[in-house]
Design a protein. Structure first.
Length: 315
């Protein structure tokens, strides 16, 4: 048996610097094998199918499968906190028949329970806002909570709970994290309906639209980079999209007035946070139980365009 002692092995540039073991031969390692490692942001660029990488951010072994990095050390099913998905769009790569529902998703380096819709436009959509009529919305939410990495909700939220059990506003950095971890996507979808339903249950929607967004915020949490509004159902005009683009307004809460009105718009609507102007058009919380307007998801304006249920998703 021959022994070759070397420090580095390099391939020829003619062959893309690749060292190859020809077909019919075996590369056997009797010692230890260490594969490339680094943070999520330092994953190899332009990976080849089957390429391995150890992700030090998520503490897991990954493989490039089809068009995504997939965790393989713990199968990354998303079904338990110790096997969270690295991204919401990874779910259907791992399990193409995965149903819409609750999954564990890595957010800011930690597992979080989220609702992922797998049916609408390619799947991978995470619920970030939901409101049901006459349930007092998420009134009183502070700026610190609204802009932190947490789900802010009223009702019963999490595994085993139905959409009809809670109202929700995901902390705004969560929205960005979802999009950042889904390279090549970056979209927001919203709809309203006469009853609580999923994003993928399009037959139950009254109005629906989506637009592009890169996940960016200003220091005052005004959205950056929203464009490309597509009206799928209903007439044009939407307070949600308009307040992100014409211009993009700052985010106001009961304890942090950043709107353009002379007083705090959130406090005029029972302490519900939003991208207010001066003040109203398409507020998803409605009057929030204040009695000023219906406590319902308003699609546009402050009149009768309000609905029993409304939701926003991002991916």
């Amino acid at each position: 048996m021959s022994t070759i002692s070397v420090h580095d092995i390099q391939g020829f540039s003619t062959y893309s610097n690749t060292v190859r073991v020809p077909s019919g031969h075996t590369f056997q390692v009797d010692g230890r094998l260490k594969i490339p490692q680094g943070s999520t942001g330092n994953r190899p660029s332009s990976p080849a199918s089957g390429e391995l990488f150890y992700n030090t951010t998520l503490n897991r072994l990954e493989a490039w499968i089809r068009d995504a990095w997939v965790g393989i050390a713990n199968a990354a099913t998303g079904l338990t906190a110790d096997a969270p998905l690295a991204s919401s769009t990874e779910l259907l790569t791992i399990n193409p028949s995965a149903p819409t529902g609750w999954y564990w998703l890595t957010v800011n380096g930690s597992p979080m329970e989220v609702w992922i819709d797998t049916a609408y436009r390619g799947g991978g959509w995470v619920l970030v806002l939901a409101n049901r009529r006459d349930t007092n919305s998420v009134s009183g939410l502070t700026y610190a909570n609204a802009t932190s990495y947490q789900p802010n909700y009223r009702g019963e939220y999490g595994f085993g709970k139905s959409l009809s059990a809670f109202n929700l506003l995901m902390g705004l950095p969560v929205w960005s994290d979802i999009i950042t971890n889904n390279p090549g996507t970056g979209q927001v979808a919203q709809f309203v309906a006469t009853t609580t339903c999923e994003l993928g249950q399009t037959n139950l929607h009254t109005k629906r639209q989506y637009w592009d967004w890169n996940g960016g915020w200003t220091s005052a949490f005004a959205p950056v980079g929203a464009s490309g509004e597509v009206i799928e159902l209903g007439s044009p005009g939407s307070g949600q999209y308009d307040y992100w683009t014409s211009p993009a307004y700052n985010f106001t809460t009961t304890d942090n007035d950043q709107d353009t009105y002379g007083s705090n718009c959130a406090n005029l609507y029972n302490g519900n946070p939003w991208w207010y102007n001066a003040c109203w058009s398409g507020n998803p919380w409605g009057g929030g139980g204040s009695g000023t307007h219906s406590d319902a998801f308003h699609w546009y304006g402050s009149g009768g365009d309000n609905h029993n249920y409304g939701a926003l998703y991002v991916k």
